[in-house]
Ligand binder design. Structure first.
Ligand code: S3P
Length: 206
C-alpha cells in the first residue's frame, strides 16, 4: 500500500553506525571554501548544513564584523566558543555538516571540545596565494567583510602561524582548482559517510 501524501516522512539514518558520529566539522583558513563545500556536502548526504559564524550572528544579534568592530576579537572568540558549545549540545537533533570560521579550530579549547565529541574534522587547504585571491575577489565582488583579512603579507603570516593547528584535523583535503562537488564526494568517501534516506513508512498515513 502506498502511503498517503500527508504521511510524515520518517528519517532513517546510518549515523553512529560506523562510529563516526553524526556531524562533520570543516576547518581551514579564510577562503578555503568551508561554507560552499559544507553546503555541497550537506546536499550530497541529505544532512543539514550550518555555518558557525551564522550561529554566532543569530545568537549575538549582530554581524561578525560588528562584533569585531565594537567589542574586539577577544569578545568574538568568546561568542564563537559559546556558539560552538551550543552546536555540540544540539547534535542529538540529527546529522549535520558544520563549517567553522577560520580561527575557531585554532583555539585550543575549541579543538579540545571537538576532539571530545568524536566528530571528524576536515581541513580544507589551498595555497596561500589562492586563498588570498579568493578572499580578495569575494571582498570586491560580494562585499564580503572579513575583519582579519589585512594586507597580503599579514594574511600570509596568519596562515603560516595557523597551519599547524589545522593539521590536527582528522583529514586534510587540497581544494585547489577542484569543484565543490568533487571535494564533497572525496570527503564522503574518505570518512565513509552515508546519505540519510528519507522514506515514507507504510501504515503511517494520518
Ligand atoms: C575568522 C574567519 C571568519 C570569521 C571571523 C574570524 C578568522 O570566517 O569567523 O572573521 O579568524 O580567520 P571565514 O573563515 O569563514 O572567513
Amino acid at each position: 500500500m502506498r502511503a498517503k501524501a500527508s504521511s510524515r516522512p520518517k528519517r532513517s539514518s546510518t549515523r553512529k553506525a560506523d562510529g563516526l558520529g553524526n556531524a562533520v566539522f570543516l576547518v581551514g583558513f579564510m577562503g578555503a571554501g568551508k561554507s560552499s563545500v559544507g553546503r555541497a556536502l550537506g546536499k550530497l548526504l541529505s544532512w543539514d548544513f550550518e555555518d558557525l559564524d551564522d550561529r554566532i550572528e543569530r545568537r549575538e544579534g549582530r554581524s561578525v564584523a560588528e562584533i569585531f568592530r565594537h567589542s574586539g576579537e577577544l569578545e568574538f572568540r568568546r561568542a564563537e566558543r559559546r556558539a560552538l558549545q551550543h552546536i555540540l549540545d544540539d547534535l542529538r537533533g540529527g546529522a549535520r555538516v558544520i563549517a567553522l570560521g577560520g580561527g575557531a579550530f585554532v583555539q585550543e579549547s575549541n579543538a579540545a571540545l571537538l576532539q571530545a565529541s568524536n566528530a571528524p574534522t576536515v581541513f580544507l587547504d589551498a595555497s596561500v596565494e589562492e586563498l588570498w585571491q579568493r578572499c580578495s575577489k569575494q571582498a570586491k565582488e560580494a562585499g564580503a567583510e572579513r575583519p582579519l583579512l589585512g594586507s597580503q603579507d599579514q594574511f600570509r603570516k596568519l596562515y603560516e602561524a595557523r597551519r599547524k593547528s589545522y593539521k590536527k584535523a582528522s583529514v586534510l583535503i587540497q581544494t585547489g582548482n577542484r569543484s565543490v562537488d568533487a571535494i564533497a564526494a572525496e570527503i564522503t568517501e574518505l570518512l565513509g559517510l552515508r546519505k540519510i534516506e528519507l522514506r515514507i513508512e507504510e501504515g503511517e498515513a494520518e
